[in-house]
Ligand binder design. Structure first.
Ligand SMILES: O=C(O)CCC(=O)C(=O)O
Ligand SMILES: [Mn+2]
Length: 218
């Protein structure tokens, strides 16, 4: 018998890189819906306020970041790393809500990576003018062994999916509220970034784009 739910749309961008449009909020995996995700997220950001971390080179990032989950990604003058406490408060990072972990798990499985268990969620808050330059996510203990799952909320943006070399020309992927991107396998170490965020007003998140990047870090 056919499922009551429509099969989520799936766009293959490259070997191991999949866009699941709207999947974070609708259909089979977004069962918690934005009515629950957004208050949970605002509560996390009240406990661990987003901050402009400094790169090892001493530059403040234009994106403000926070984390939830057992481990959180941080950057400062001494380098990039994961740690279990928030350096700003010395408290453990807020817990990762089950509904969010489930979206990440289900999205990974839909994209061909069953068994993904996120233990870290980097929360990136973009205001108009913020951007994230091309980089690889490789601070995780076993990066090659686990995919990355990225949920976009709020204002639309252009995600840049590059290649395995920094100079490879990136594919421009429009990402909107509720879209989920998964990249793992042969694409796990692709360079990626986000183009400068255009001004706008989102009905739920105002002048912000919030990206949740789920990882298995430790
Ligand atoms: O904001 C995004 O879509 C990408 C975020 C990202 O690359 C990261 O959190 O490492
Ligand atoms: Mn990244």
């Amino acid at each position: 018998m056919d499922s009551l739910f429509p099969a989520p749309e799936r766009i293959d961008l490259a070997d191991g890189a999949v866009l699941l449009p709207g999947a974070g909020l609708t259909g089979l995996i977004g069962l918690t819906g934005e009515g629950q995700i957004i208050p949970a997220l605002e509560s996390i950001l009240a406990q661990a306020p987003p901050r402009h971390m400094v790169t090892p080179g001493g530059l403040a990032m234009s994106v403000a970041m926070s984390n939830c989950g057992r481990l959180g990604w941080v950057s400062d003058r001494s380098g990039y790393r994961y740690q279990s406490t928030d350096p700003d408060t010395a408290l453990p990072w807020p817990a990762m809500p089950d509904g969010l972990a489930r979206i990440a798990r289900d999205a990974a499985a839909l994209a061909g990576f069953p068994g993904f268990e996120p233990d870290a969620c980097l929360i990136s808050v973009y205001g108009p003018g913020a951007r994230l330059s091309l980089h690889q996510d490789k601070d995780e203990l076993d990066a090659a062994g686990h995919p990355l799952v990225s949920l976009s909320l709020g204002l639309p943006a252009t995600f840049q999916l590059g290649g395995l070399a920094r100079a490879d020309k990136p594919l421009k992927v429009p990402v909107r509220h509720g879209d989920v991107l998964v990249w793992g396998g042969a694409s796990r170490l692709r360079y990626h970034g986000v183009a400068t965020l255009a001004n706008g007003e989102h009905p739920l998140l105002g002048r912000r784009r919030i990206n949740l990047s789920f990882r298995h870090a430790g």
